[in-house]
Ligand binder design. Sequence first.
Ligand SMILES: N[C@@H](CCC(=O)N[C@@H](CS)C(=O)NCC(=O)O)C(=O)O
Ligand SMILES: N[C@@H](CCC(=O)N[C@@H](CS)C(=O)NCC(=O)O)C(=O)O
Ligand code: FES
Lengths: 104, 104
Amino acid sequence: SRLEETVRKRVSENPVVIYSKTWCSYSMEVKSLFKRIGVEPLVIELDELGPQGPQLQKVLERMTGQCTVPNVFIGGKHIGGCTDTVKLYQKGELTTMLSELNMS
Amino acid sequence: SRLEETVRKRVSENPVVIYSKTWCSYSMEVKSLFKRIGVEPLVIELDELGPQGPQLQKVLERMTGQCTVPNVFIGGKHIGGCTDTVKLYQKGELTTMLSELNMS
Ligand SMILES: N[C@@H](CCC(=O)N[C@@H](CS)C(=O)NCC(=O)O)C(=O)O
Ligand SMILES: N[C@@H](CCC(=O)N[C@@H](CS)C(=O)NCC(=O)O)C(=O)O
Ligand code: FES
């Protein structure tokens, strides 16, 4: 689908992509984590896209099996949500992934 | 207002009251915190109340200055959100408050 193509394009062209909602604290946490480590992700706020927001959330669910936000991609690879991303960071694996993309 | 009266009644009649949203992870965290310490709060899910949900959220903002969820009351007193409640718990003050209400 066209929406699916948009996602594939975005996650392949941007090292870090976060599908987020502006008023969601878990989304805020994952955005500020990347900010703290000096990485600027591409952020797509699903609540600011009108009716396309829920559609995009459904497409992401089909593609990744994850129906929740935040939905995080690194180097085109689906990482997971806030908890998954924080765990990776605490294990030191996040910075490793980012440096492999020349990012941190 | 009638809605304001409902809030006052609920927080005075119930030792722990949480205004929550079912799909919000911060709301889930604070609900499971109380569950872990063996306390059963009265939970009001604002997203399950139709148009009354946003109205209630506005009333809570007028009454407490807090426009966000989760919105937590203990012993009729406004505590704050998820972060505030977790901080109180980590300081040992939450269990103290609850035992003063014969609750923990
Ligand atoms: N453990 C997941 C929790 C994800 C989650 O439950 N997200 C909520 C918001 S905090 C959600 O997407 N709810 C449904 C929705 O907003 O459409 C994570 O760390 O990201
Ligand atoms: N630090 C606050 C954050 C509260 C917050 O930002 N809550 C969000 C949801 S996680 C909110 O209420 N957003 C607006 C809304 O849902 O109406 C807490 O710990 O509770
Ligand atoms: S909506 Fe509250 S943490 Fe996501």
